[in-house]
Design a protein around this ligand. Sequence first.
Ligand code: ATP
Ligand code: MG
Ligand code: MG
Ligand code: MG
Length: 463
Amino acid sequence: STWTSVAEARKESAIGPDVEIRGWVRTRRDSKGGFSFIEVNDGSCFGSLQVVAPGELSNYESEIKRLGAGCSIVAIGRLAASPAKGQATEMQADEIRVLGWADGETYPLQKKRHSFEKLREWAHLRPRTNTFGAVMRVRDSISRSTHDFFHDEGFFYLNTPIITASDCEGAGEMFRVTTLDLDRLAASGKPVNHELDFFHRPAYLTVSGQLNAETYATALGRVYTFGPTFRAENSNTSRHLAEFWMVEPEAAFFDLSDNMALAERYLKRLLRDCLDRCDEDMQFFNQRIQPGILDQLTAVAEAPFRHMTYTDAIDVLEKADAKFEYPVSWGVDLQAEHERYLTEKYVDGPVILTDYPSTIKPFYMRLSDDEKTVAAMDVLVPGVGEIIGGSQREERLDVLTRRMDQAGLNQDDYWWYIDLRRYGTVPHAGFGLGLERVVQYVSGMANIRDVIPFPRTPGNAEF
Ligand code: ATP
Ligand code: MG
Ligand code: MG
Ligand code: MG
């Protein structure tokens, strides 16, 4: 059987006879003339279709007049030009069937607007709200642009493992994976040997697919991985999740400036696609979530991004007239407040910061001639801060192994990664983009918990 989506039915071009729609009731309003208006949304677009239910319908008194928010229905009828403002069409229903009732006493999503915090308690129902419908369609658009963009640029989509032994970022934020029966071991009083965790080897959930992506970039040329990553961030910020999605391109024969240009083209592409594809959703964000976001993003999609070295940024921050909670000096990692100052006060737009001190970046970033900085780049945006971290990778065997020693890493654990420098090493570069951070940027949503279907944060894994 086929039916028409609400997105289609709302278009002027759909005007005509015999259409069927299926969806969930948002509201019902009864007219004095003995008929009812039912707003129906099916998630296909931001808006609802107004269904006009005449009193002559056989189930008008018994069912139609009991319909309320959350009920699911099928409506069949003629699409006509709507006399009401803000909608091109409405349905004159000949038949309305109720598929599922929703008790108005207990259904949480009544007319009253709930806080985002409250809605997190109903992670299973919040996708039916205007805000979350819009966020998830925009999130989908960004994922789609990601695949389109990288394929257009000659990248192959690669899947990297989720269970891994290597702590790529060296930040000690990994979740252990174990096949051991820890309860039984505890009951037996025997000590737990975590060396045996994963069928006799230690194993963790991945924090980044980068090292695996490098392996394939130095074979297929250009690859990107796009999957879930995990960080045991025991903090409660508005931009950190324990489970988030990361897009990680990696390209052979790329240097830092190729890498920066790639990141900029990618971001502009996904912004333009969102503005084109998700027009109504973006209008909503502009009106209800972050006034001005539409103009801001439209401008960003056109103008070249600002580039700045870390050293210059520190200089700016030291001279800034702002009071920072964390003081800055050359060598410290930037905090959200610094990133926001640079993007919101100093530049008023995205900034690509480069050439960070080697001491605050992982071992795999390429050491510069000054021996103090690495060929790193972070892309910072207003409202969110860092959305991309990347670098040119260290391709020189001797420098890489020296940096690993300095970082206290065991070369035996990374023998395969070192091999890539031993056999036909080439300059290469890549970056990681946090999908949720970008959704925050595009939508203006303040909290990262509200841009992922089911947020994972400390103490939160119910749904
Ligand atoms: P931050 O400084 O914000 O903690 P990071 O420098 O630790 O981020 P990277 O290791 O550079 O993060 O990861 C690459 C990208 O992944 C970041 O630029 C960010 O967009 C995203 N990201 C990192 N950690 C998280 C997280 N806990 N939740 C959501 N996104 C994250
Ligand atoms: Mg971090
Ligand atoms: Mg960072
Ligand atoms: Mg980073």
